[in-house]
Ligand binder design. Structure first.
Ligand code: GAL
Length: 350
């Protein structure tokens, strides 16, 4: 009987501890130990991540870093991280999000397939009371303001880098060259633009701001010879550049690629056409992939811009953890881009 009473008392304590531990997660698995008196200590937190597609060089680095950074967290909780491939299909990704919600996940980290789906995702998460961290593909401002003044405000956020800055840096990489990229000295920069995905703000802003910044810094004119969609993809970057080199030949002074994967493809096409970067053509990208940095070092790319997947993934994970602990999130968390030139590339090489 004594034993039974002692057991009852222990159960009562445990129940009260679990009850006190509110405002953190809905998980019922909190172990019944004294540690549960700490806010979320000792809990199992289920984190659902959906990446717009796995087959993307930059987002592969990003998602691997999300996973490894969660493993380094040392706050007493166990983070169970499930990362899914959106396969570049919004319907598929929406199903994944629905499943995460139904299965009682505690927080979501979402790299949208289509930024325009943000409102739907926010509404679903708000209904379920699950915090949501958007990464890499910035939702419309109106969507980020949807829950202003309501309970769900501060439970969702966007973590990213300002693509205008990366575009400006690309423009400067060319404008800062001694000849301002104007190989034939006619005061006009003849260029081709390889666009990522025109629906994506990163692509829009890089396309626009690389040129506006070039115009501002150089004082030259520009002439766009070609602009093609390359879907962030190396093979497409190669094909677009190869075709443009056939069509416009020596007239092309600069290849602007919205990302490094496409720039790597462009670099293959440039070599195959017998052109030499730094001598008779220039090439810039964004992301600072390892291969691209090597090309910059070897003089085969003019420059790139570091898209800091480490800073962004850590910020996203930190935001997710904060949200799970009931802390209010900022609406935006920004991580800076950094220019990478042949002079500075050694500082960035691993
Ligand atoms: C960009 C990045 C690209 C691609 C894209 C996907 O920020 O530069 O390489 O990963 O995101 O949305």
């Amino acid at each position: 009987m004594k034993k039974f009473l002692a057991l009852l008392a222990t159960c009562a304590i445990i129940l009260s501890l679990v009850g006190c531990n509110s405002g953190t997660t809905d998980q019922a698995e909190a172990p019944a130990t004294d540690e549960t008196t700490e806010e979320t200590t000792g809990e199992t937190i289920k984190v659902g991540v959906s990446i717009y597609k796995f087959d993307d060089n930059f987002m592969t680095l990003y998602r691997e870093e999300i996973d490894s950074y969660f493993k380094t967290l040392d706050d007493g909780n166990t983070y169970e991280v499930t990362i899914q491939d959106g396969k570049n299909d919004q319907a598929e990704q929406t199903n994944q999000i629905d499943a995460f919600i139904q299965q009682g996940y505690d927080v979501l980290i979402i790299n949208l397939v289509q930024s325009t789906s943000a409102a739907t995702v926010i509404d679903k998460c708000a209904d379920a009371g699950i915090p949501c961290i958007f990464i890499n593909r910035e939702p419309e401002e109106a969507d980020m303001n949807l829950y202003d003044g309501q309970d769900y405000e501060g439970k969702y956020t966007y973590v990213g880098a300002d693509a205008r800055q990366s575009g400006k840096f690309q423009g400067e990489l060319i404008a800062d060259l001694e000849n301002k990229g104007d190989l034939n000295g006619d005061g006009v920069l003849q260029y081709i633009m390889i666009v990522g995905d025109p629906e994506n703000v990163d692509a829009k802003y890089r396309t626009e701001f690389s040129i506006s910044q070039y115009l501002e810094v150089s004082g030259n004119e520009v002439e766009k010879l070609d602009e093609q969609r390359g879907d962030w993809d190396q093979a497409k970057g190669q094909e677009i550049t190869a075709n443009a080199l056939v069509k416009f030949g020596d007239a092309i002074e600069v290849v602007f690629a919205n990302n490094d994967a496409m720039a790597l493809g462009a670099s293959q096409a440039i070599a195959a056409a017998g052109r030499t970067v730094g001598e008779d053509i220039y090439l810039v990208g964004v992301d600072a992939l390892e291969e691209a940095k090597q090309l910059v070092k070897d003089g085969e790319m003019t420059g790139t811009v570091l898209n800091d997947h480490i800073g962004q993934s850590h910020t996203a994970v930190d935001a997710a953890v904060k949200a799970v602990k009931g802390e209010k999130l900022e609406k935006y968390y920004w991580v800076d881009y950094v220019k990478v030139t042949s002079d500075t590339v050694d500082d960035f090489l691993n």
